[in-house]
Design a protein around this ligand. Sequence first.
Ligand SMILES: C[S@@+](CC[C@H](N)C(=O)[O-])C[C@H]1O[C@@H](n2cnc3c(N)ncnc32)[C@H](O)[C@@H]1O
Length: 227
Amino acid sequence: MSIQLSPRLRRIADYVPRGGTVVDVGTDHAYIPIWLLQEGVSERAYATDIRPGPLERARADAQRHGVADRLTLWLCDGLALCPPEAVDTVILAGMGGETMRGILERAPWALEKRLILQPQTKLPELRRWLGERGLAVLDAALADDAGRIYLIWLLGAGQPEPEPAVDRALLRKRDPLLRPWLAERIKRAGKELRGLASAQSPDETALAARRRELEALNRIYREVSLW
Ligand SMILES: C[S@@+](CC[C@H](N)C(=O)[O-])C[C@H]1O[C@@H](n2cnc3c(N)ncnc32)[C@H](O)[C@@H]1O
């Protein structure tokens, strides 16, 4: 029986080109690589996780779905065991922005691949860091999964956007999830701003960056509300 992907995982998998060879970092259940192999999108796939438990379950699932001989599972930190020449696409999903940044810093070769990211936290910081390394968001998508909205980026070499608060791709597509997603982000950014401001000796640079982000989000939210 074919594996069913949740809307979030499906949006991520949709960015993998037919024939693409993928490594899914922090794979947990390995649903994405199993699905890519089952659907014939990929001939071979790789996945890593830092914990043995998920990989054991992933191995059992891959066997049940008849793709175990084409899926290599590595127990390691990030991309430590992945030879750069083995893959053309790197997926990092469901992890915090700082964890993703650490993984990419330890394997800078991954920045030259087709990079698909679905960060859970620290989106602006991660986006800025990627931009400083010459990476731009080539496309972006939102996925509604059990009432929570997730952002997915397809990254590649390019000019970083001048206004990084909201990806141009989302505005261009007039994604109907944009408004509720912006409302969530405004709430979260406001909370972070209050947290920063209430510190004993507030970090003025971080405060100014959060204020700018919040202003931009509010402005875009007002524009989107007029659509
Ligand atoms: C919340 S799960 C996300 C699973 C899957 N990628 C998804 O999006 O549904 C995060 C997974 O990343 C793994 N992980 C965390 N840090 C890691 C690292 N440095 N290297 C490899 N895997 C890591 C965890 O063990 C966990 O299985």
